[in-house]
Design a protein around this ligand. Structure first.
Ligand SMILES: Cc1ncc(COP(=O)(O)O)c(C=O)c1O
Length: 360
């Protein structure tokens, strides 16, 4: 099969060695002669896999002991509901602050408003979401402050997280989890849908400070209550065995590559190749302002917009797949998550230069 580099924003490219392991190991989990999708989640083999995955997360993410790891159903947007449900009642005002930096932060805030009062702490809407707000005032009365650390659609990223003092910082890290070192002790809760840097879609990871669990209302649906996940090792109902197996393999791959610090250096190199290509050109126009650029989603427009469809089609012919920007934003987007090798990014930069030479 011809080598294809997948620049899709999610579900996204996963490490090729992991994909091969999945293919080879699909029919026989842990030597049982049955597949991971057939084995009981209560079997000692699966429970061992889950515990091993916890240990891998703790090691790879350098997650402190006072944080619980939850495997959450429904992907990242399920956390748009679960976070306010679980945390809003911590303070009598039932108020939370949200920072608006793109469509996912907007959807998160709209959903949270069903469970309490939402205050917009800051917004970059006036700048077309091309940057991250520089000043984020924190209200000590807030139950939590929510940010989206990497904006998948507009290609912006917080270089540093806001300091929120006693107010728990909640971070949606869906499109950058484990792509760079993070001091989790400065956060209250981090969540991420798996489908970019961890595994298949439909499952999300939650790293949550232990004292923030147990504040859900009595009528909270069972599978949205963090305490239920904690008390049942994320197996109050049938766990997503296949996704957890893949996440386990991706974490082992990441550790084998040198861990988060090593991948973070490669991620910076990859992004630099593309941003240099954009900055040296009059033909391509980067979306995000320089100091807020994402290392994961490189978004750009073509000066001649009518060439976009041709750009995307020609790229695909050369094995550079899914470069079309999000339908709400337009333009082009190269998503270069952990699994994208430097060679893929170089192939894209070469293609872009050649396209500009011939069409510009
Ligand atoms: C930053 C961010 N948050 C949330 C989501 C929604 O994730 P899901 O589709 O798993 O609910 C996405 C999806 O791409 C995302 O990029």
């Amino acid at each position: 099969m011809k080598e294809v580099y997948n620049f899709g924003a999610g579900p996204a490219m996963l490490p090729r060695p992991v994909m091969k392991q999945v293919q080879e190991g699909f029919l026989d989990f842990a030597g049982l002669g049955v597949s991971i999708v057939e084995v009981s989640h209560r079997s000692k083999q699966f429970e061992a896999l889950l515990s091993e995955t916890d240990e891998l997360f703790r090691r790879v993410a350098k997650l402190p002991e006072n944080y619980e790891i939850l495997y959450f159903h429904g992907g990242a947007q399920m956390l748009f509901s679960a976070v306010p449900l679980n945390l809003m009642g911590r303070k009598p005002k039932r108020m939370a602050q949200y920072v608006e930096t793109g469509n996912f932060s907007q959807i998160a805030a709209t959903e949270a408003a069903k469970f309490g009062r939402i205050e917009l702490a800051a917004s970059s809407a006036a700048n077309g979401f091309a940057e991250i707000p520089k000043i984020i005032p924190v209200d000590p009365e807030a139950s939590f402050l929510h940010i989206t650390s990497n904006n998948t659609l507009f290609g912006t990223q917080y270089k540093e997280f806001p300091k929120t003092g006693e107010v728990p910082l909640v971070v949606d890290m869906t499109s950058e989890i484990l792509s760079r070192p993070i001091d989790y002790s400065k956060t209250g809760l981090v969540y991420a849908g798996a489908q970019k840097n961890l595994g298949p879609s439909g499952i999300a990871m939650v790293f949550v400070r232990k004292d923030l669990i147990g504040h859900a209302p009595k009528d909270c649906p069972k599978l949205l209550d963090f305490a239920v996940y904690r008390d049942n090792h994320s197996m109050a109902n049938t766990a997503n065995t296949f996704a957890i197996w893949m996440i386990n393999l991706v974490l082992k791959w990441l550790e084998g590559e040198g861990g988060v610090e090593a991948i973070s250096k490669i991620n910076s190199q990859k992004a630099a190749v593309l941003y240099d290509c954009l900055d040296q050109s009059q033909f391509y126009r980067p979306v995000a302002h320089k100091e807020h650029r994402s290392l994961m989603n490189v978004c750009f427009n073509l000066a001649q917009e009518d060439l976009l469809a041709d750009f995307v089609a020609q790229a695909q012919k050369q094995g550079l797949y899914a470069l079309k920007g999000h339908r709400l934003v337009g333009g082009a987007r190269a998503s270069i998550y952990n699994a994208m090798p430097l060679a893929g990014v170089q192939a894209l930069a070469d293609f872009m230069k050649e396209f500009e030479r011939t069409k510009g």
